[in-house]
Design a protein around this ligand. Sequence first.
Ligand SMILES: C[S@@+](CC[C@H](N)C(=O)[O-])C[C@H]1O[C@@H](n2cnc3c(N)ncnc32)[C@H](O)[C@@H]1O
Length: 212
Amino acid sequence: MLKHFTQFGAELLANPRAIGAACPSSPLLARRIASLVGRPQQSYVLELGAGTGSITAGLLRRGVPMDRLIILERSASLVRLLRRRFPGAIVIEGDAADIHNIVQDQLKLSTSDFSHVVSSLPLKSIPRPVAEKIAAGIQDFLCHGARLVQYTYDLRNGSTSWYERLGHVHSSVIWLNFPPARVDLYSAAGQGRPARSHNQGVRRQVMANSNF
Ligand SMILES: C[S@@+](CC[C@H](N)C(=O)[O-])C[C@H]1O[C@@H](n2cnc3c(N)ncnc32)[C@H](O)[C@@H]1O
């Protein structure tokens, strides 16, 4: 655990905007995210910006099969850590802006093979044009009906504006994280409220089929 904090700190010093967080995610944040994903058996889960793997560990603990989890991380040293920590998982060193090429050309999978995208990407801290490109790619990726779980440290509004083509399904705040984080669940438009209309602040919605 200390090793993860140390490596995270080194990455933060080297590339603060790409890391965009003070420390790895807490087990509670990981548990909440994992509860929104559940235990898909026939489909894949794509995790973007896995960092030291706190969320990854939560997903696996909750029952996502190791061989159904595809982890994408840009930092080479964090990729090495993730491969050591999760032998058997598919860890790709790459940029979230290239998810379509990575999934289709490298992995020979289709977007319809995925039920969930889990994003730890710090969209607010990376350069805006890059964040917009990534968000557009993620929204295209969900066209077959997969769901997106994204967290942010902006508790007022924020990440919802990146995904205006998606419906906002659920939001909750995890206070036991440093800093506290808001977890948002999105689905293809029509299955939730338009993301933009949510952009007024933190709201809690109880999802009829939520499993936590
Ligand atoms: C907030 S940190 C994730 C922290 C992680 N949940 C943990 O507990 O360690 C964001 C991660 O996204 C990665 N990242 C940033 N931009 C990226 C991009 N364009 N493609 C892939 N990964 C990216 C960073 O390298 C970093 O590991």
